[in-house]
Write a protein of this length. Structure first.
Lengths: 292, 162
């Protein structure tokens, strides 16, 4: 059986699933509109696979099927989220408040969907998913559904949408990239210790700009740095919206830590707390664990 | 300090950056471009608007009075890194720097001379580059999850040394 037949069958199945979801009792129009956007997307994906098949080029077909596979895999949780957003378990009382905040931050075009989720930490699928432009999907941890005091954490999630909506990644990337290049140029001994196979490289300004290997390192540094800046920015949005309430909710859910190694694209929790304390002018002394 | 350090690189700074949304849109766009270039190779069409659209996403708006050079493109670490990984993904791993430079030269010629002046071999390189780009972008979004504050390390390596 060809991969094209299999891929089209998987796309047919997910479109049929969306049709089933659209038959559900959906309390908010945003959810139904979102499902329809996904339906349109997967119909287009099906057309792309058909066009790829017509090229007669195996590698084009292979890429088209891989792309469809990835999209099905990535977007399936979104469909689950949209379905769970219709569940009566959700705190519909908080919907209007969060939607009003989102309108204020992003503008009237924004569509908000909230859901009680089986993730311990609040999560967001912000505006960066191109199939759902203008959507903010906010999930809150199911076991905390009776705890209104964690709601301020949604402020952080709204910050992600503000970051995307205001094009802040694009705005901050060039200066961050310049700083990364300058750091490498000024610290060539550190660079050579990290990459001894490039020990012969003379890191001039020209080399820092034109060398592909250095550019790839710079690109990774920029993505890591931008990821961390975005998180700090989102904390600032949370603080601006909810003040101390955000910091206390942050501490309640995350302190003292969750173990494991942090993703380099996210700042350490201590760094986030430091920025909140320093720039949010918060006094965390009442939260410090004391030795008994 | 930051301002003065940034000033050192003024004039050499990359002015265009593909944010997450644009990288997400570029996934299907790179595939559409590859299909259309393949049609040009087969003489089924003479242009590839999908490729033009993709190039606009990657390079930003082209100013006719200040056309970008290969060096300008290489100065954009994101574009250089994407181009390298796309070239590697399409099998051109033996000598990265010349392979990427050749691709970037072809990319620059798209807006200057149009696709109909390209040889079949050059068109094939461009098509494979678009497919490589598609693979790289698919890999990137496949490692992207939601963004919980508790995010722990995901299996996404920093720059690897081939």
């Amino acid at each position: 059986v060809s991969i094209a037949i299999n891929t089209r069958e998987k796309l047919r199945a997910i479109i049929a699933q969306i049709d089933q979801l659209l038959l559900s009792d959906i309390p908010h129009g945003s959810t139904a509109d979102g499902l329809q956007l996904f339906r349109d997307f997967f119909r287009n994906a099906n057309e792309l696979v058909r066009l790829a098949e017509q090229t007669g080029q195996q590698k084009i077909l292979s890429n088209a099927c891989m792309t469809a596979n990835e999209r099905i895999s990535s977007y399936l949780p979104f469909l689950g989220f949209l379905l769970r957003s219709t569940n009566v378990r959700n705190s519909f009382e908080s919907f209007d408040v969060l939607a009003e905040l989102a309108f204020g931050i992003i503008g009237p075009q924004v569509k908000v969907v909230i859901s009680s989720e089986w993730d311990f930490s609040p999560l967001t699928y912000p505006l960066s998913v191109s199939v759902l432009p203008n959507y903010i999907l906010i999930g809150m941890p199911a076991p905390e559904s009776g705890n209104a005091l964690v709601l301020p954490l949604a402020g952080h999630e709204l910050g992600h949408s503000a970051w995307v909506n205001d094009g802040l990644e694009t705005k901050h990337a060039p200066p961050v990239e310049s700083l990364a290049r300058e750091y490498i140029r000024r610290n060539d001994s550190s660079f050579k210790r990290a990459f001894p196979e490039h020990a012969e490289l003379t890191i001039t300004e020209d080399e820092v700009v034109g060398n592909i290997f250095i550019s790839r390192i710079v690109a990774d540094i920029v993505l890591c740095a931008l990821g961390q800046i975005e998180e700090i920015f989102c904390d600032a949005v949370g603080l601006a919206l909810f003040g101390k309430g955000f910091a206390y909710a942050f501490h309640y859910l995350l302190a003292p830590n969750v173990g494991g190694q942090r993703d380099p694209y996210y700042p350490p929790l201590q760094t986030r707390a430091f920025f909140m304390r320093t720039h949010g002018m918060l006094d965390f002394s009442s939260l410090v664990m004391r030795k008994t | 300090v930051v301002t003065s350090l940034v000033a050192v690189w003024e004039g050499k700074m990359a002015t265009h950056h593909l944010d997450r949304s644009a990288r997400d849109r570029a996934v299907e766009q790179s595939l559409i471009a590859a299909i259309q270039i393949n049609d040009v190779i087969r003489d089924l069409r003479s242009d590839a608007p999908g490729l033009v659209e993709l190039m606009a996403m990657l390079l930003g708006r082209q100013d006719r009075e200040h056309l970008q050079s290969r060096r300008d493109l290489l100065a954009n670490s994101q574009l250089a890194s994407l181009s390298f990984r796309a070239a590697a993904s399409s099998g051109q791993t033996h000598d990265a720097q010349p392979a990427v430079e050749r691709i970037l030269d072809l990319v620059l010629q798209i807006s200057r001379i149009g696709l109909n002046k390209f040889s079949k071999e050059e068109l094939s390189i461009l098509r494979d580059f678009c497919l490589g780009l598609n693979s790289v972008l698919v890999e990137e979004i496949s490692t992207r999850g939601s963004e919980p504050p508790l995010a722990r390390n995901r299996p996404r390596p920093l720059v690897s040394v081939e």
